[in-house]
Ligand binder design. Structure first.
Ligand SMILES: Cc1cc2nc3c(=O)[nH]c(=O)nc-3n(C[C@H](O)[C@H](O)[C@H](O)COP(=O)(O)OP(=O)(O)OC[C@H]3O[C@@H](n4cnc5c(N)ncnc54)[C@H](O)[C@@H]3O)c2cc1C
Length: 156
């Protein structure tokens, strides 16, 4: 039985990053991910822009760079069919870390778990396959979980 403040649907980059941020704010989240195992489907091949500053601020950038295929790729970005080439600039305003999304998710999952996030894989949020005995809610009228899930979040 688990009591939790917030249920996050999905262990993608957004859900895992949110989980870590909530932990740092003193909120206890549970992440439900419908797939039982992390999937290595090729998706994003890097991260760049302002998120790098946020990761540095959270002392996480070193971990991403360590997991990257290229921690400091030349500032040349594919954007749709256009390649933005910033290599001629002395101080390019954009930076990137070449890291496969599966590795981004692994680093974020490790970070979130270290901070106290419970990640439950093989559970789909919001549908019947969510086992009632795995999630319980506090009896608070302001609970957004109760608003979303109603009686399925009675305290046990
Ligand atoms: C082929 C491809 C190439 C891409 N290349 C790039 C790129 O080069 N650069 C870039 O920035 N982006 C790229 N993207 C986009 C990038 O992958 C997405 O922006 C990113 O995955 C979005 O993260 P997310 O956490 O919001 O969602 P997702 O990564 O989609 O994660 C959502 C997760 O939630 C789970 N889920 C959904 N509903 C439920 C539910 N009800 N209960 C439990 N679990 C649930 C899903 O299984 C999934 O694991 C690419 C995407 C694809 C498909």
């Amino acid at each position: 039985m688990t009591d939790t403040d917030v249920i996050i649907a999905g262990a993608g980059p957004a859900g895992l990053m949110l989980a870590g941020e909530l932990c740092l704010a003193g909120v206890r989240p549970v992440v439900l991910e419908r797939y039982p195992q992390p999937r290595d489907t090729p998706k994003a091949s890097g991260i760049g822009g302002q998120i790098l500053n946020l990761l540095r601020y959270r002392d996480l950038l070193d971990r991403f760079e360590a997991a990257a295929s290229d921690p400091h790729p030349p500032p040349r970005f594919p954007f749709g069919g256009v390649h933005v080439d910033l290599r001629g600039l002395v101080d390019p305003p954009l930076r990137a870390v070449a890291i496969a999304q599966v590795d981004t998710e692994r680093v974020l999952a490790e970070h979130a778990a270290e901070l106290g996030t419970e990640i439950r894989r093989g559970h789909e949020a919001g549908r019947n396959p969510v086992p009632r005995h795995h999630i319980s809610g506090r009896q608070q009228g302001r609970s957004c979980r109760r608003a979303r899930y109603g009686d399925r979040f009675r305290q046990r």
